[in-house]
Design a protein around this ligand. Structure first.
Ligand code: MLT
Length: 328
């Protein structure tokens, strides 16, 4: 066979081999299960949102997303663990307004910066914050709650999920508006904090709606106000803080997925796409909506939108925290 024909045959073989391996290469990620760190105890709002979206994302990605609860220091322990993980697409974190915004001002020596040390994947859920109290708290509405807390600041206590958590940060705002410094009772998450509230061991807390809807509906805890401009369809009888006479307390948190800096773009794009598909799934949307979540529309999804949100939230919470004088 003439040399030219042999060369053409070899080239054809090589390109066929390359074509075969290219799709395989493209399908390399994800080749094994992915770990999603939840930086708070199981059963709390971060854990709830994480499990709902991760369950559907696993189907799209064809690999299991395994939730790993890594608790401590208001979520910053888990966030630091995620930041230090191998940036290969197999470790992500469900962070939020506390770990990836407020923590920057709360911890001057924080081991990470939410954007410099992380890649953004996407916003998972907006989570309005409510002021809630134990069932027998001696107040029937927000006005009475405020009066009682102001008059008994040295006796009441407030639960939170650690310095850096949403519950800590939002009640920091509430307490500074009221001019009080109640005893703060830390927990590894607002899942366990809610159990203490249900048991009457703590008096009140500021928590994300996704953790509270069933207990408020059952009448097991009192909800005095929700920190959003409008009432929430999941809890139509709970007044906004503005209606109830405390407009200064307007707080909405959010949960979002991040990956360690340097995670390959192919992995980030696939994770971001899987998250968006989860947020378009009717079953996921119903579960999140029934728990009062604000499900981000397409314009608020994706890596760039989350970058902007984190920048604006750091800018929002830093002066509030500095004014409170509380840093670690
Ligand atoms: C918080 O920031 O308070 C956390 O969301 C609590 C939790 O998820 O357990």
């Amino acid at each position: 066979m003439p040399l030219l024909h042999r060369l053409a045959g070899a080239l054809a073989g090589l390109s066929a081999l390359a074509a075969l391996s290219a799709p395989a290469q493209a399908q390399t990620y994800p080749a094994r299960p992915i770990t999603m760190i939840v930086p708070f105890a199981a059963g709390g709002p971060t854990d709830i949102v994480a499990r709902i979206v991760a369950d559907h994302m696993s189907k799209t990605l064809g690999q299991q997303i395994v939730i790993e609860n890594v608790v401590g220091a208001g979520g910053t322990t888990g966030a630091t663990r995620a930041m230090r993980a191998k940036p290969d697409g197999y470790t992500v974190i469900m962070g939020h307004m506390g770990t990836h915004a407020a923590a920057v001002a709360l911890y001057p020596k924080l081991a990470y910066h939410p954007l410099n040390n992380f890649e953004t994947v996407g916003l998972a859920a907006g989570t309005p914050v409510l002021i809630v109290a134990k069932k027998d708290f001696p107040a029937k509405d927000l006005k009475e709650f405020v009066a009682y807390v102001k008059a008994n600041a040295d006796k009441v206590n407030a639960a939170h999920a650690g310095v850096g958590s949403v519950s800590f940060t939002s009640c920091l705002l509430l307490n500074s508006v009221l001019g009080v410094k109640p005893t703060a009772i830390p927990f590894q998450g607002t899942g366990p904090a809610l159990n203490a509230l249900l048991g009457g061991q703590v008096d009140y807390m500021c928590d994300q709606i996704v953790n509270l809807v069933p207990q408020i509906k059952a009448g097991n805890i009192k909800a005095f106000g929700i920190g959003t401009p409008d009432r929430n369809p999941a809890l139509p009888d709970v007044p906004t803080t503005k209606e109830a006479g405390l407009p200064e307390f307007e707080v909405s948190a959010w949960n979002a997925i991040f990956a360690p800096k340097g995670t390959p773009k192919e992995a980030l794009d696939k994770l971001s796409d899987a998250l968006s598909k989860a947020l378009d799934d009717e079953g996921v949307r119903k579960r999140l909506a029934d728990l009062g979540s604000d499900i981000p529309g397409p314009d608020r999804r994706g890596q760039a939108a989350l970058n902007k949100l984190v920048e604006s939230e750091i800018a929002r919470w830093t002066p509030v925290i500095k004014a409170s004088g509380i840093t670690q």
